[in-house]
Write a protein that binds this ligand. Sequence first.
Ligand code: F6R
Length: 610
Amino acid sequence: MCGIVGYVGHGDAKEIIIDGLKKLEYRGYDSAGIAIQQRGQLKIRKQVGGIANLEELIGTEDMTANCGVGHTRWATHGAPSTINAHPHSNQDNTIAVVHNGIIENYVELKNWLIENYDIDFKSETDTEVVAQLIGVFFEGDLLDAVYKAVEKMRGAYAICAVAADDPNKLVAVRKDAPLIAGLGKDENFIASDIPALLKYVKEIYLIENNETVVVTPDSVQILDEQRRPVKRDVFHVSWDADSAEKEGYDHFMLKEIFEQPKGLTETLMRRLNDDGTINLDGISMTKEEIENFNKIYIVACGTAYHAGLVGKYVIERLARVPVEVDVASEFRYRNPFVDDKTLFIAISQSGETLDTLAALREAKSKGARILSVVNVVGSSVARESDDVFYTWAGPEIAVASTKAYTTQLMCMYLIALHMAYERGTITKEFYDQFIADLKEIPDKISYFLKAKTGSVEKLAKKLYNRDQVFFIGRGLDSAVAYEGSLKLKEISYINSFAIAAGELKHGTIALMEPETLVVTLATQDFLYEKILSNIQEIKARGAHIVSVAKDGKEDVKAHSNETIYIPYCRDEITPLLSVIPLQLFAYYVAKEKGCNIDKPKNLAKAVTVE
Ligand code: F6R
């Protein structure tokens, strides 16, 4: 999705901005551009395709400057093209603007600008409207002009503007799209995301909705809607620049798969007291509230939704409260039964997914208590929630989510356990044993990664050439089947399909033919006999079966073409282990097919549009 980087200071603006944009490449984009302020003029260069194309276009051209803005665009209004790429400028190229989000009333504003100022629009974008608006209001002070323009704009956006005639200054505004200001020494920054700035600064301001920020080399001033100064605490970023680098791995996805033991340990240990009980630092939900909830909604998108499916199983099983899981884009349009006895749990890696955010707001407006499970500290979902359970996965760069998913699962287990204990539905012995079992998971994953990655790679090399793959499982295994299937399809473009194994015979089994590839999860002890029957049903139709089972389960081997064994653990927490071979399988299949693993086609890391 779109990325913004702005710089003003003593350094080489072009170098710093392009470097920052490269750090945001993982979010997905189709064109890139930069505007610099040079000797009282703006130089704007933009190009369709990757940042390398932009660099090639600039070549050896003199782009010496100390102030500028850059952007990676993911097309929403207007096709991916050089003309539609950002920055956009006003009629006489004296104002340049980059923009993330959508200006909802841009058609109305465009007509107003044409009628009243005879503006000749160059692109099909809503962003050009912003640049032209600022242009018609500009009378020497960029801040004044931005305020006047923003008064007319409706929508969700983060914008950053620069003017030829107001030197060494950036003005940026946030409304429902992420924006941060980075605080350096005699240099300051603007960005849509932290990784863009990690190489340069660790101290940032998180800009809030409806705030404007004025950035010069020696000051960063935040102003509210009425132009009053706002005091903001400095946020210290704990990630280092290396955590956003590949560190010798071929792809971020593989690195992130291998980082799961670390992320899970971090997520778990930050929530455990010395006596082994769960600490709820920063969570204000009381025992009485937990006892009084009569319904829980877990709402999310994509992989985060799949973490929610596991959450439903464990919360219902342990805490005995009905849980509904919904995809955010559906939840908000179905007038759900939400009131002040409802707990709404939003799960989101980025914390900026617009559908999830909108569903959260819908639930909040109906009185629900909002708990979120989020990876990016200070993101919109986190800030709009009553309580936040952070996943400490570190920055997830690959578009395909891996370590965010498993750390989300860890949070779901902790939430389920805590609720169950407060509601009196489990004993202290069960609680203690469960936590002890969770503590063993990081080592079990490390063992699996070390001992079995090679054999999963071999399997992928053997099977990568399939046109379609089915993933099946029962109970918690079906939730993991959905995630395994999504992982495979999004990075290898193989048509994969997940279904609860018991549903097969109600229609989908018609698709089973000799050699159809079916990945079967058979990790639930209490459903073991049932899944064996399902395996036999499809085996009888000649399917090629790859099973994932717990160590010690020998009979599944007899019915499968290949079996991947995961270390033994209690049924409830197998998803933390069984998903690992599926992530590796997807990775190696995509690698074998020569796919762009970290940046699959048509996908973006954070989906901030509806
Ligand atoms: C798949 C994937 C997506 C995201 C989804 C939600 O690998 O990454 O399906 O899970 O777009 O994103 P977040 O978690 O940022 O809300």
